[in-house]
Write a protein that binds this ligand. Structure first.
Ligand SMILES: [Fe+2]
Length: 467
């Protein structure tokens, strides 16, 4: 199994679990809020088998962790997503698929052997739980974590979709794109809108200034925003023995702004000469002719940055940054670095997706260095008054993405709870910590004690219990 290899992404919080558990009546310190009824789903990389010491976190099999709250009773379960890759390797009792840092991967891809791993995000839309990875077709999983089947929106999805679609709270529409469909080297991305029932109602190709890693995007009122950062991608380069992703800072950044049901001709592209990178967008909204976009943004990445090459340990800290665009003059009006504390995994009250909002939550690093996602704090930003609250978990604990759950459907923005998996480095196990989202700096409301480690998870969602 994985223990035969020494690799940063197979140790500590990243060390894979080799078992699937069902734990009823979890031990809880404190009081579970009575309003918290439903299930938290988080997904991360948890390789069943490891192909080589070149293993990278982005390539592991997806494992979903579920914490269910039922009138104060808490249970936990975890399951791998049964992808074709997972099933083939389970039967073979060994890794078959090379990772993207292995030379053999090219030969495998040429022979049609492409890992269909989904490990990045779990969303809930139109009554379906979907496990996502931006390079492949989603998998549908039931609420008990049984893998159902691949899900391609009745054949309308052209291969893959982003792991970060946005759900409009007004219409229930699922808004999404893909930069890794058929024509990877062509200067287009695919764009889709599905209605609240999951039926694709708009599908079009958008021409982009250049092709690059577009991990996230945003909706803002009636607009969508495609952020383009100069981490370009090229299948031709890969086939030529070069890297798939290349840092090309001279290109600068572009922000594509388009009506939600628009087409390529309706998209305006606003250029910024500074070369930076945002993997994740918090939220965006429209105020008159201004579009406001908040992102975890790493600014001024040097021209010779090699942090994007396989094996490099160089990383670039990101800071919550506000971009303000004027859609009439088609200009970037202002870029404001909202804090000097590095952060990632921005979340907010998703009833305000695409709408003016005041509360953002991030996982932060309370130090002057960025050491491989070593988060140690959860931060709440009140964007209406530039105030922040900090929950410092200390140097021996590692909190991950905070998921916001509203207290009830009528509660005001930010009135609710933050659910955070926190890894205890000394005890090699994890807690699920529940914070009052309006008093993040205070003691947790409750802590669910798990007997084992929950390996690093990327993203997830909360599904309220119906009825
Ligand atoms: Fe992400």
């Amino acid at each position: 199994m994985s223990k035969q290899f020494t690799n940063r992404y197979l140790q500590g919080i990243f060390e894979p679990l080799d078992s699937e558990y069902n734990i009823e009546n979890c031990i809880v310190n404190g009081q579970i809020p009575k309003e918290l009824n439903g299930s938290l789903y988080k997904i991360g990389s948890n390789p069943q088998f490891v192909y080589s010491a070149n293993y990278h976190l982005f390539g592991g099999d997806g494992m979903i962790h579920k914490i269910d709250f039922n009138n104060g009773v808490v249970s936990y379960a975890n399951r791998w997503v049964r992808t074709n890759k997972f099933n083939q390797e389970k039967e073979a009792k060994k890794a078959l698929y090379a990772g993207f840092r292995d030379e053999e991967i090219l030969k495998q891809i040429m022979n049609g052997m492409f890992a269909d791993t989904v490990n990045t995000n779990v969303i809930y839309h139109a009554g379906k739980l979907l496990a996502l990875n931006e390079s492949v077709t989603p998998y549908s999983v039931d609420l008990e974590l049984n893998t159902l089947h691949k899900y391609n929106f009745s054949g309308k999805l052209d291969g893959s979709m982003t792991a970060h679609p946005r759900i409009c709270p007004e219409t229930g529409e699922l808004v999404m794109f893909s930069y890794l469909s058929r024509d990877i080297d062509g200067k287009t991305i695919n764009y889709y809108v599905a209605d609240k029932n999951g039926k694709i109602i708009h599908k079009t190709e958008i021409t982009v200034p250049y092709k690059s890693l577009m991990h996230d995007f945003a909706i803002a009122g009636d607009y969508v925003i495609f952020p383009l950062f100069p981490l370009t991608c090229s299948l031709a380069k890969l086939l030529n023995g070069e890297e798939f992703y290349t840092w090309e800072s001279d290109l600068g950044c572009y922000f594509g702004i388009m009506p939600r049901l628009g087409n390529s001709d309706d998209c305006i592209w606003i250029h910024q000469s500074e070369a930076g990178l945002a993997m994740h967008i918090a939220n965006a909204y429209q105020e008159n002719n201004l579009l406001i976009i908040d992102a975890c943004y790493a600014d001024n990445i040097p021209k010779d940055a090699n942090g994007f090459k396989p094996g490099s340990e160089e990383e670039f800290p990101a800071y919550l940054t506000r971009f303000i665009f004027d859609i009439v003059s088609k200009k970037l009006v202002e870029k404001i670095k909202l804090d000097t504390v590095a952060c990632e995994f921005p979340k907010f009250d998703e009833r305000y997706t695409g709408k003016k909002y005041n509360h953002a939550y991030v996982a932060s690093i309370l130090s002057d260095h960025w050491e491989g996602h070593e988060f140690n704090a959860i931060m709440h930003y009140d964007l209406s008054n530039n105030q922040k609250q900090v929950h410092d978990f200390g140097i021996n604990a590692m909190p991950l993405e905070p998921i916001f759950v509203p207290k009830n459907s009528n509660s005001s923005e930010g009135e609710g709870f933050l659910l955070v998996f926190v890894y205890n480095k000394l005890k090699n196990r994890s807690d699920l910590v529940i914070l009052d989202a309006q008093n993040v700096d205070k003691e947790p409301l409750a802590t669910v004690k798990l007997p084992h480690r929950v390996p690093f998870t990327f993203h997830g969602t909360f599904v309220p219990r119906c009825g």
